[in-house]
Ligand binder design. Structure first.
Ligand code: 16G
Ligand code: ZN
Length: 548
């Protein structure tokens, strides 16, 4: 039951900022923290209603990920720990932009009446609230809490400072009736990790010298959480830098996965020649992304080149590792049902990775538009679905029915080998975060995969060589005039643009290019790939001119 007076009174305390329009973008609402209170309060209402509607626990996270420290944002985690169901986005957006408390109430009533959404709604609900380390997070989390509590019967549970994926994990675990505390999260990940290392097939080479990872924590929440994880996972050697301490610098400033991947530069406090060739990783500000890198001696200089292992390389490593486990399972347990393994990428995936996955590994590759929700849903169609964006966000999904088979299957042969091959896959499902990409869990699985392969980071890097690429942004009058199809690989409007892009791509070796309107900035993005860097650059420039 909606209590209009309660709602109106609560809403009056969070007036909307003048002249601001909020769009529920690819990752919720994001803006300068000073103008967000109202939008966050109202997102709290959305989360509370969603909780009633689904009779489940829902999550709400205060973060602006890799954006500067003065920004903040809010995202909602749905009952399975994935992102808010897309049908609810327009509602969230109209609510955020309502002019006054009366309008807020009206938007809610319209939503209820229009869609029969609350026919079976529960009378009580629960929303878990988390935030990253931004100073504005304390105030905004309180705003979210008041939004949740404006809806009668819904509890706000303040979980405090968490990584985004931890909050998603808790929502998922709690809706499955599992232990859902932060400690449970560490226990599950470390248990799966330990099992996988113990069950490593004999005779596989070790990485020598094995020296753990140097990790850039982006001066954010990931650093302290990672060090808690390390306290539990004894076999993980980590040297954590940029952990947000006084002297270490600001959140996301010249640090973090986004910086390393986009700028191709070492984060602060990295990049001494003495660290040449060591395994490094960088998290983003809320630890839902990770990229890996190492330094290589630059020719004739006393500097290092950065070698980046992005989401595509992580995806490829995981695909090989999991494919090996499946092959092992099939050879040990002949009667095991066929398993459908697939990977999901976007048009930004380096062509060399897609080609390797298809041609060398023989794995099906699906393409979706940019944005985690698209990749996630596609990956959920496979028994085992892997997805990564090149920027380092991704995870592994294992279908519930498949996990059920794994748990209950008793192999005819009953050998140690057959038992282990089943257990390994179960252990993988404990390490991965099935709600959303999770830097901590990816770090653990990369370590496992490298140990199983007996690979150094250089071995991993050399699986395939990235095709040179170039990205550009173009400012235009109205970016929404550009319409795309086929997972953003082709333009349908304006009419002649695709033909022009095809002509340009044909002028260079292995040319591929596409354009799409950004979902987060007022620009059109251009991506080009070709046989040489010069060709990729010239293709990108030529396409950008056609966009103008
Ligand atoms: C958002 C998306 C990310 C995507 C990026 C593209 C989520 C959680 N995040 O950050 O997946 O790569 O947008 O931005 O979905 P763009 O549309 O400006 O290129
Ligand atoms: Zn993030």
């Amino acid at each position: 039951e909606l209590d209009p007076d309660r709602l109106l009174t609560a809403a009056a305390a969070f007036p909307p900022p003048e002249g601001v329009h909020f769009a529920y973008g690819t990752a919720g609402f994001r803006a300068d923290a000073s103008i967000l209170d109202c939008a966050v309060f109202r997102a709290g209402i959305v989360a509370a209603l969603r909780s009633l509607h689904t009779s489940s626990t829902i999550g709400l996270m205060i973060t602006a990920s890799h954006n500067p420290i003065q920004d903040n944002g809010v995202k909602i985690a749905d009952c399975n720990g994935d992102m808010l169901c897309q049908d609810w986005e327009p509602f969230a957006e109209s609510l955020a932009n309502a002019h006054n408390p009366r309008d807020v109430l009206q938007v809610i009533l319209d939503f209820i009446h229009k869609g029969n959404f609350f026919n079976s709604a529960a009378s009580s609900g629960r929303v878990l609230l988390g935030r990253d380390t931004r100073p504005s997070g304390v105030r905004l989390l309180n705003a979210a809490r008041q939004g949740v509590e404006a809806i009668l019967g819904v509890d706000a549970a303040v979980m405090g400072v968490l990584t985004t994926p931890q909050l998603h994990w808790m929502v998922r675990a709690s809706n499955r009736g599992h232990g859902a505390s932060e400690q449970d999260y560490y226990s599950q990940l470390s248990h799966g990790f330990k099992c996988l290392l113990e069950m490593k097939p004999p005779g596989k080479g070790l990485i020598t010298p094995w020296d753990g990872f140097i990790v850039d924590g982006a001066n954010g929440v990931g650093a302290s959480k990672l060090s808690r994880l390390q306290g539990i996972v004894k076999d993980l050697k980590l040297d954590i830098r940029n952990s947000g301490g006084e002297a270490e610098g600001l959140l996301n400033e010249l640090v973090g996965a986004d910086y390393v991947q986009k700028e191709r530069k070492f984060p602060r406090h990295f990049g001494h020649l003495s660290e040449l060739a060591k395994r490094c990783a960088s998290l983003d500000g809320d630890a839902d992304r990770i990229v890996f890198f190492y330094g290589e001696q630059a020719e004739g200089a006393d500097a290092m080149n950065l070698r980046l292992l992005d989401g595509d390389k992580i995806l490829t490593l995981f695909a090989m590792f999991i494919q090996n486990q499946l092959q092992e399972l099939c050879s040990e347990v002949h009667e095991f049902p066929a398993i459908n393994l697939g990977v999901v990428q976007t048009a930004y995936a380096n062509g060399a990775s897609t080609r390797f996955l298809k041609e060398n590994l023989g794995i099906q590759v699906a393409l979706t538009p940019t944005g985690v929700k698209h990749l996630h849903h596609k990956a959920a169609e496979f028994d085992i679905g892997l997805y990564f964006e090149a920027n380092g966000h991704g995870t592994v999904l294992l279908k519930e029915e498949f996990l059920q088979v794994l748990r209950t299957f008793s192999p005819k042969s009953g050998t140690e080998g057959s038992r282990r091959s089943l257990q390994r896959l179960q252990a993988i499902s404990e390490v991965v975060n099935q709600g959303i990409g999770d830097a901590l869990s990816v770090l653990l699985l990369v370590e496992v995969a490298l140990q199983y392969m007996g690979w150094s980071i250089q071995d991993w890097d050399s699986i395939y060589t990235d095709l040179p690429s170039r990205q550009l942004k173009v400012k235009v009058q109205d970016r929404t005039l550009i319409k795309t199809t086929d997972a953003e690989t082709r333009v349908t409007h304006p009419l002649n643009l695709q033909a022009a892009i095809d002509v340009e791509a044909g002028k260079v070796s292995s040319g591929r290019a596409f354009v799409r309107p950004s979902g987060t900035e007022d620009v059109v993005r251009v991506y080009a790939e070709a046989g040489t860097q010069e060709e990729a650059d010239s293709l990108a420039r030529a396409v950008a001119i056609h966009v103008h």
